[in-house]
Design a protein around this ligand. Structure first.
Ligand code: FES
Length: 85
């Protein structure tokens, strides 16, 4: 299983992420609350700026995303990430 580093620049914190759970769940486990509603790619509430790195989606999300944004509830991490969090 691949483990990625997810750097949260505003918090100056680095989390390990292995895609066994969503990034949103990983943040919550570390007591880092983040906005969410649907938790499945529809609403866009969990939208977050990706500063560096790559994610993918099992199904194209319905929520509108800028090219530098990701959905924490449903993206698959594909590389180490730097997030604007
Ligand atoms: S919580 Fe709705 S898109 Fe992520």
């Amino acid at each position: 299983m691949k483990v990625f580093q997810v750097q949260l620049v505003q918090r100056q914190q680095v989390l390990q992420h292995d895609n066994q759970q969503s990034l949103l769940e990983n943040l919550e486990q570390h007591n880092i609350p983040h906005e969410y509603q649907c938790r499945s790619g529809y609403c866009g509430a969990c939208r977050t700026k990706l500063l560096q790195g790559k994610v993918s989606y099992r199904q194209p999300p319905l929520a509108f995303l800028q090219s530098n944004e990701i959905l924490l509830c449903c993206c698959q991490v594909e590389s180490d990430l730097i997030l604007d969090l």
